[in-house]
Ligand binder design. Structure first.
Ligand code: URA
Ligand code: SF4
Length: 208
């Protein structure tokens, strides 16, 4: 039994090969509940990599990241921030959809620490191959996977932190677009504004 995806990653495998191997990953139990592995998407020379938590219901069906409601919000926020979606790579920390039934619907369930640990080597391999200038964690799961469990998105969003390895890469975190969709109507516009502001800092960093 493999316990993390690291054991499945051959030395020197390129992004296409990694994706093909990840399609058959059984390193954690989520392959039993998710329909398919949802690999990252975007140009392999992207300057920005956006990292979500895990695919949602729509992503699980289509096999592509951020194509559901959260993805639509993300697309429009990127546009407002002046970041060209064609220049970004989007992916998730965990690559299978974790859910629980609620009536006829499948409701998102947060991945646990073991699942994050099992899946993270895929993300690390994507980061290594795409080699973006900035990695943007969307929400606490991604932020804590990348920056440690003490990282607090509420306090530290929008800060740029040097990647803990050579290469000059920076990491920053903001909220998850789903949190804006879930926000009470009265505060949704303000939260969207703050999300766009955080993404604008990324645009500014790239331009600078
Ligand atoms: N939420 C995520 O974190 N990732 C997706 O791909 C879709 C929704
Ligand atoms: Fe593998 Fe990640 Fe899917 Fe678990 S969630 S089976 S580690 S691809």
């Amino acid at each position: 039994m493999v316990t993390t995806a690291a054991e499945l990653i051959p030395e020197g495998a390129n992004l296409g090969r990694l994706r093909a191997i990840a399609a058959g990953c059984t390193a954690c139990d989520l392959h039993k509940t998710g329909t398919q592995t949802v690999w990252g998407e975007g140009t392999s020379t992207a300057e920005v990599m956006l990292v979500g938590e895990q695919p949602g219901d729509r992503e699980d069906i289509e096999g592509r990241p951020f194509v559901g409601p959260a993805g639509h919000l993300l697309d429009s926020a990127l546009e407002s921030a002046g970041i060209d979606r064609s220049k970004v790579y989007v992916t998730n920390v965990v690559k299978h959809f974790k859910w629980e039934p609620k009536g006829k619907r499948r409701i998102h369930k947060k991945p646990n620490a073991a699942e994050v640990t099992a899946c993270k080597p895929w993300l690390e391999a994507e980061i290594e191959w795409v080699d973006p200038d900035v990695v943007v964690a969307l929400g606490a799961t991604a932020a804590q996977a990348l920056l440690g469990k003490d990282f607090r998105v509420t306090k530290q969003r929008g800060e740029f932190i040097q990647w803990p390895a050579p290469g000059g890469r920076m990491v920053t975190a903001t909220v998850h677009p789903s949190s804006i969709l879930r926000a009470p109507e009265g505060s949704r516009d303000a939260e969207l504004g703050e999300f766009i502001r955080d993404l604008s800092l990324v645009a500014k960093h790239l331009a600078g």
